[in-house]
Each structure stands twice: as C-alpha cells, then as structure tokens.
Design a protein around this ligand. Sequence first.
Ligand code: ATP
Length: 233
Amino acid sequence: MLEVTGLSAGYGPVRALRDVSFSVEPQTITAVLGANGAGKTTLLRALSGLIGVSSGSVALRGDDITSLATEDIARLGVAHVPEGGGVIRELTVDENLRLGGLIAGAGESERDVVLALFRPLQERLGLPASTLSGGERQMLALGRALMARPTLLLLDEPSLGLAPRVVVQMMAVLRRLRDERGMTVLLVEQKAEGALAVADRAVVLRVGEVMADEPAEALQGADPKLRHAYLGY
Ligand code: ATP
C-alpha cells in the first residue's frame, strides 16, 4: 500500500527525518512510535505533502506520490488527521462531517456509515464541535476523515489527552476499520501501549531515524530495558 524509501525531510537547517524506509501492507495498522521530537509528525506531514522532502520517495499502491500536492494525495485516498484532530470548533458536528465529505462528494449514506461507528456524534449533530468532550472531538476528527472514503488513514496521536477508557474505545474503532472496511492505518503515538495492542507492525523513530521495524507483538513482549531505550518507558 505504502512504500517509503530513504526519506529525508526537515525545516530549514533542522533535519527531522533521515533516510527513513519502511513499508505498509494493505489492511493493516502500523504504529509509528517514538519519543517527543522523534520525527513522527514530520513523517505524516511529508507523506501527505504538507512539507517537501529533501530526498527519498513515497509510493502509494506502486505510484510515486513524493512531489504531489496535498489535495492530489488526498484525492488518491489518503486522509490525514493532525494532532488535536483539527475539527472546526465553531461549526456543528454535522457541518464538520459534511466538510470532510466534500473532496469525495460523499452524501447522506456515507454520513450514516460514519455515525453508525460513532454513535455519540449522532445525538450531537446540531451542536458546535466546541461543546464536545476530548474523546468525542477525536471521534469527529476521525469521522470527518472517513467521510472522504479514504483507503489510507494517517493519524497523529489520536489518543493524546484522552482517558484510558476512551483510548481503548478509539483503538477498537481502528480495529473495526481495518477488519470490516479494509482500511490501512498509519498510527502515530507517543504512548505505545494502546497502539501496540491494536497494531500489526511498529516502526520506531529516534531522532529522525528508524530504530526498529518489527511485528507489533515483538515490541509488546520486548525486554523492559529495550522498550525503555526505544520508547522511553
Ligand atoms: P511530538 O510527539 O512532540 O509531536 P514528533 O515525534 O512528532 O514529536 P516532530 O514534531 O516531527 O516530532 O519534530 C521532529 C523535529 O523537528 C524536532 O526536533 C522538532 O523540534 C523539529 N520541528 C518540528 N516542527 C518544526 C517546525 N515547524 N520548525 C522547525 N523545527 C521543527
């Protein structure tokens, strides 16, 4: 589904990603883990064309998308949910969802599919997004992304700031999306526990480089010292 080869990117003199290579199989969840500043957000930005890359390539289903504009990458079925969700607080839940569907021309039927996944949103359709709890806002962010009928979801720390119970619910939704809708997910998380519980594979970044690229269960069962070195806990 996604092939990242020798990717380097940064901000002026700051090289945030160095020679990053990994691949993502279709209909899998790949966790991208690493401490603060490891380059996780930069990786998602580079994949969705929000920042330019200095070298390397990104292929989506075999096609080179490295230098495509963000909107063209989105049209190819890549949805990026930034840290914090990026929902528009002044708009209602319904308006946020409809905005998400614009790019794909999605209508009522897609909205119904999304609302079936996130039942609490159904009761709050007419309310401004600012009135939602943190967990509901993350659901809305994910729901809005799904309205574009993506095949690849790029999620930046969806569990940030959420109660453990809500994190479990969020991960269960990701599992359903993979198993029932054949979605491929790249899941950036700083806290590894929840992500490893649902991921098939894990790529660990450290200061912009790939430290490990392994089946998720290999990291789940890893020696505590190794986990500490890789993941900082
Ligand atoms: P976090 O978990 O804190 O979001 P991260 O793993 O997502 O961390 P990035 O945000 O990708 O890390 O940052 C990687 C490096 O790039 C860091 O050294 C960071 O300071 C730097 N960086 C990030 N954004 C910018 C920017 N807009 N301008 C300059 N440097 C930046």
